[in-house]
Design a protein around this ligand. Structure first.
Ligand code: SF4
Length: 78
């Protein structure tokens, strides 16, 4: 089930990067990312556990990851 409060987007360019997938998996304290052979998978059932720490955004290249706060229309990105 997708998140009610949070959505996390990984850009098409970055999605297939398995090294980044591992970085995101290591960075997120609430397991929103899973590293697979195909790259990053967003674990939808964990989305609303996001604590908005920003570690995923910092771990990724600019433009690669965006954390959207669906409740106020703003987002964490760089
Ligand atoms: S902001 Fe923090 S808790 Fe939310 S997805 Fe990124 S690393 Fe995980």
């Amino acid at each position: 089930m997708p998140g009610v409060f949070i959505d996390v987007k990984v850009s098409d360019d970055a999605k297939g990067d398995t090294e980044l997938a591992q970085k995101l998996t290591d960075a997120c304290p609430v397991d929103i990312f899973a590293a697979t052979d195909a790259g990053t998978e967003v674990v939808e059932e964990n989305l609303d556990e996001c604590i908005l720490c920003g570690l995923c955004v910092e771990a990724a290249p600019p433009g690669a990851v965006e954390v959207e706060k669906l409740y106020d229309g703003t987002s964490l990105k760089r």
